[in-house]
Design a protein around this ligand. Structure first.
Ligand code: DAT
Ligand code: MG
Length: 138
């Protein structure tokens, strides 16, 4: 068994649509535990660090602008294989085609070439999780 931690962000679209509680409760209901939780207005500096791997990609600037557009709820969830487990609950990146039953599949869609508005972020590996938790919960 491997107890892990992952960074979960409810992005500005999730917060502004009043889906924070619904999203967090789905993750808790799957059996993961909230270890840290806060509401944050991200800064550009913080987002540049968080999304360092995407610098230079065509969607990078719209993504950062979107993440600056309103408050975010940041959480650390913990549990066995929570990194994969959260990504499974979240669904695939494009909310239009994410599977029904997932957060992105049930609540998201493309609002006009804006794949970045996909409600949630979840770390993709143990290394990313520790790096991202250090950024958001310094
Ligand atoms: P994920 O959030 O599923 O891990 P990612 O790390 O590849 O996806 O990308 C980070 C975010 O960037 C993603 O949640 C939404 C946005 N994004 C990714 N690919 C995109 C694209 N082709 N067009 C617009 N936004 C994109
Ligand atoms: Mg990612």
């Amino acid at each position: 068994m491997s107890v892990e931690r992952t960074l979960v962000l409810v992005k500005p679209d999730g917060v502004s649509r009043g889906l924070t509680g619904t999203i967090l409760s789905r993750v808790e209901a799957k059996g993961y535990t909230i270890a840290e939780l806060k509401r944050v207005h991200a800064t550009r500096e913080l987002l540049e660090e968080h999304y360092a791997e995407h610098v230079g990609k065509p969607f990078y600037e719209p993504l950062v602008e979107f993440m600056l557009s309103g408050p975010i709820v940041a959480a650390v969830f913990e549990g066995e294989r929570v990194i994969e487990g959260f990504r499974s609950v979240a669904g695939t990146t494009d909310p239009t085609t994410a599977a029904p039953g997932t957060i992105r599949g049930d609540f998201g869609r493309d609002w006009g070439l804006k794949v970045q508005q996909n409600l949630v972020h979840g770390s993709d590996s143990t290394e990313s999780a520790e790096r991202e938790i250090g950024i958001w919960f310094a």
